[in-house]
Structure formats: structure tokens, C-alpha cells
Design a protein around this ligand. Structure first.
Ligand SMILES: [Zn+2]
Length: 278
């Protein structure tokens, strides 16, 4: 049985790591953990997560009413409460703004391509919950769509959210998302991203049990029916059929690299071309 004092110490340590790794700036981010069946231990609002002490934490009930603590609970408490409501298996919730993953959330690009075997086995797909005004009830509404089938997600134009069977498991998923985002960014800058084939993804999924990883939901089958798949019951992962290959080379139809130009850049290019003709 984990004691309250050790959970308080773990929240302090995770806040320190998040701040040290640049996942939060100033007073951003929040962390919570279940204290028995009917209470939560939660970081307070308006404090830097890098410099917390165990006595700063708030204890609330599952409706968010403060039971103990000098400070008010996190401004994102509603999002945490919704996660615990939807996921009885979840013991801890972590929210931060890791810059590379949040860049993907700002660009509207989900981390849903099968590119790293370990991410496929641990997190599966990392979708983006629709934009919602922070600290309002819009945010739990946006998170609800994905939380039953995902242990990690991006929050559009905001940050990332991870959950787990204990505090460190939830925190490590935040590390995995940011690491995955950095690797994806580098691969995209290099101009190609070979994908793990669907057949290999299914093999990796079967290995989850062997590794002792409990995923909230399986990878969606029926890769053709993108629009009919329910993100509450399975994970949408981009993994094309390999036809015998375990890695599918980049450049498959519909996956050609593209160059985007602003109108001003395009006009300048055309003007240059015309000038060189004269
Ligand atoms: Zn936030």
C-alpha cells in the first residue's frame, strides 16, 4: 500500500522533472493521483511545478470539492476528474506542454503513424483532442472522446495529457510522447518516414502481453474505413499493409512529401522566374 506521504513526494519529484526537462514553463502543468477509492491528491494552481513541496498539495473528492490543503486545486481539475470518471483503471494523470509534442498539437498533426516499435507497443496511437478553452468544461468534453481508448493524447493548441496505473507510469508516457515527437520531427525534416507495416503492428500488439504492457484498447482494424472507426473503442494507427515487408518505404501513394509556400513566397518565386526570362 502506497502511503499518502510517499505519493506527495512522488508528485513533487515528477513536477521537478517536468520543469527541468522544459515540459512546463512558469506555473504550467498539473499532476494528480488517486488517494484510495474516493479522494484525489492534486497539484495546486498558480505554483511552478519545479519548486513544489509535499505540503502544497490539495486533497479533493471525486467531484472536485476540496477536503484538505491551504491552496486551491489545479485550474485543470475538471479535465482530471473526467479522466478518473471515464477510466476506473487509471490511478494518475499528468498534463504538461512539452514543446515538440505541443508543436504537433499546434500544427494539427497527430502522432498516429506506426514509426517506432516501442511506441506502438506502449502507447499505440497519440490522437489530438479538439481545441478547447483551457480550464473550462470544454476541455473534459474534448478529452472524453479519446480517453477510454488512449493513455496519451495531444490537446490542440495547448499541450499533452497522459494517464497510467501509477504516477511514474503516467509521467513516463509524457516522456515517451515528447521523445516520439522529436524523432518524428527529425524524420520529417530529413524528408522520409518509413512506416511499420500493419502486419508487423499486429505482431507488436500481440507482444504487449509478453512485455507486461496493458494497453487501454487495441489498434483499429479495417484500415480502409477511416471515418467509421470509433476512437473510444480502438486506436487509429497509420500502418499500411506491407505485402510481406515489415517496413513500408516512404513515398506510398498519398504520402508524398509536400512543400508549402505562402502566397507571398509563391509570388516572389514567380516574379523571379519572369525576371530571369527577360
Ligand atoms: Zn495546460
Amino acid at each position: 500500500m502506497t502511503t499518502e506521504s510517499s505519493l506527495r513526494a512522488d508528485v513533487v519529484e515528477i513536477g521537478r522533472r517536468m520543469y527541468a526537462r522544459g515540459y512546463t514553463a512558469s506555473n504550467d502543468g498539473n499532476i494528480s493521483v488517486r488517494l484510495g477509492s474516493d479522494r484525489l491528491l492534486m497539484t495546486p494552481k498558480s505554483v511552478c511545478k519545479g519548486f513544489m513541496t509535499p505540503d502544497m498539495m490539495c486533497v479533493t473528492d471525486l467531484e472536485g470539492r476540496k477536503i484538505q490543503g491551504d491552496r486551491d486545486p489545479s485550474s485543470e481539475m475538471l479535465m482530471h476528474l473526467e479522466v478518473y470518471r471515464q477510466r476506473p483503471d487509471v490511478q494518475a494523470v499528468v498534463h504538461a506542454h512539452p514543446p515538440t509534442a505541443t508543436g504537433f498539437a499546434v500544427a494539427g498533426i497527430p502522432l498516429d503513424r506506426a514509426v517506432l516499435a516501442e511506441v506502438v507497443t506502449t502507447l499505440g496511437s497519440v490522437p489530438i483532442a479538439e481545441y478547447a478553452t483551457p480550464s473550462t468544461s470544454e476541455l473534459p468534453d474534448a478529452v472524453r472522446k479519446y480517453i477510454r481508448a488512449h493513455d496519451g493524447m495531444l490537446l490542440a493548441n495547448h499541450g499533452a495529457l497522459t494517464v497510467g496505473g501509477d504516477l511514474f507510469s503516467a509521467y513516463y508516457k509524457m516522456e515517451i510522447i515528447e521523445h516520439f515527437a522529436k524523432i518524428s520531427l527529425v524524420a520529417r525534416l530529413l524528408g522520409r518516414e518509413n512506416l511499420i507495416s500493419r502486419e508487423e503492428v499486429l505482431r507488436l500488439q500481440q507482444l504487449r502481453g509478453t512485455y507486461g504492457i496493458k494497453a487501454p484498447a487495441p489498434i483499429c482494424d479495417d484500415p480502409g474505413a477511416m471515418d467509421t472507426r470509433d476512437p473510444a473503442s480502438c486506436q487509429v494507427l497509420q500502418a499500411p499493409s506491407g505485402g510481406g515487408l515489415r517496413l513500408v518505404p516512404a513515398g506510398i501513394p498519398g504520402d508524398e512529401p509536400e512543400i508549402r509556400l505562402t502566397y507571398r513566397e509563391l509570388s516572389a518565386l514567380i516574379e523571379d522566374a519572369i525576371r530571369s526570362l527577360r
